[in-house]
Ligand binder design. Structure first.
Ligand code: F0G
Length: 361
């Protein structure tokens, strides 16, 4: 019968690879199955013959890859009888937690760093009815408090230290392999807590061990220079970056991520805020893809490593775009100030015609 192929979310799709039972009540918003877009214009500007794909995770239901982990974490929390979830967040986790808790009919408590989360993310947490606790401190301080509180209150932590989160997130690697017919040569991601790079490696490795694919990519993690503990080789106490999503100095998956680097023969590197913003703008202007600043870190780093030859010609590269550009409209608008793309004129045909002719290339 036609029209039966309805996509109902990643737990239903990958049921046999995830820790759920036949009678588990699945809390889903139809997450996963995101576009893998081949870049048409940027590779030529690099002067190298490479294939770059972006995995547009910003098209998940709440606009970030967190939905992959949150559908699993909330499904399991509900299965285990939990009535409330809690997380610390730079914004996206709080948005996903708030939405999936609403879907499940349970409470969500989210700790966010005051003044340091993008407007769209704050709006999401609030409108879904989470209790938003702003702290006068950064993500790392919030994470510590969440761990302490959860030991004393009946709440389930849904940060990526919750193992179900990584189980859900590994499915992004499955999708990429299925679409490309093999693993890429390189997979580049922005790194904050390093949960996502760890989850992707789990996914690739699972398909490899099961003989579904016979290669695995080198995993490359890029951090913002002001928040780059993996580059410094130690925790960073006062992380800073315009990419607030990855403004993290004490990554929760520290040991796991070093292992990923070693096993995959990949590397970590850093990008300046200027490089991150330039990559975000290039992607919007040259490819029509709008991601948030943190997400552009993967492409910023990859472009540099392609130009230098560290990523060789002939390579197939996937860059994960972790979050939607609409999450952070303020940074996007700031990027375009003084660029001449907005002009104000009288409401007449002549004035508008003048504006068009003045701005024709
Ligand atoms: N990109 C975006 C848009 C994110 O929101 C995050 C993490 C990352 C990358 C880094 O992923 O932590 O697995 O290495 N955001 C978390 C949050 C910390 O609270 O939303 P990671």
């Amino acid at each position: 019968m036609p029209f039966r192929n309805r996509y109902t979310g990643l737990i239903d799709k990958y049921r046999d690879r995830l820790p759920v039972h036949d009678d588990t009540r699945v809390i889903s918003l139809g997450e996963g199955n995101t576009p893998l877009i081949r870049l048409n214009n940027i590779p030529a500007t690099l002067g190298r013959d490479v294939d770059i794909y972006v995995k547009y995770e910003g098209l998940n239901p709440t606009g970030s890859f967190k939905d992959r982990g949150m559908t699993m974490a909330v499904t399991k929390a509900v299965e285990e009888g939990s009535k409330a979830i809690i997380c610390a967040s730079t914004g996206n986790t709080s948005a996903a937690a708030a939405a999936y808790a609403a879907r499940a009919g349970i409470a969500a408590f989210v700790l966010i760093p005051e003044g340091k989360i993008a407007m769209g993310k704050l709006a999401q947490a609030m409108i879904h009815g989470a209790v938003v606790i702003q702290i006068k401190g950064n993500f790392d301080a919030g994470m510590q408090i969440v761990k302490d509180v959860a030991a004393h209150a009946p709440v389930t932590i849904v940060n990526s230290i919750n193992p179900y989160r990584l189980q859900g997130q590994k499915t992004a690697a499955f999708e990429i392999v299925e679409e490309l017919g093999a693993a890429p040569d390189y997979h580049c991601l922005p790194v904050g807590n390093a949960g996502n790079i760890t989850a992707h490696w789990m996914g690739y490795s699972e398909y490899h061990e099961n003989g579904i694919v016979n290669n695995r990519p080198r995993m490359v993690g890029y951090q913002a220079s002001g928040s780059a503990p993996f580059l410094r080789g130690h925790m960073v106490d006062n992380p800073e970056t315009v990419a607030t999503a990855i403004r993290i100095g004490h990554p929760q998956s520290w040991d796991k991520a070093w292992k990923v680097r070693e096993e995959s023969e990949g590397w970590f590197d850093e990008c300046s805020d200027e490089e991150i913003l330039a990559a975000q703008k290039q992607l919007t202007e040259k490819e029509g893809v709008f991601c948030e600043p943190a997400s552009a870190t993967s492409l910023a780093g990859a472009m540099r490593d392609i130009k230098s030859g560290k990523i060789p010609e002939g390579s197939k590269i996937v860059c994960t775009l972790t979050g939607n550009g609409l999450k952070d409209p303020e940074t996007a608008i700031r990027q375009c100030e003084n660029s001449g793309v907005m002009v104000t004129v009288e409401a007449t045909m002549d004035a508008v015609k003048g504006a068009i002719l003045d701005n024709m290339e």
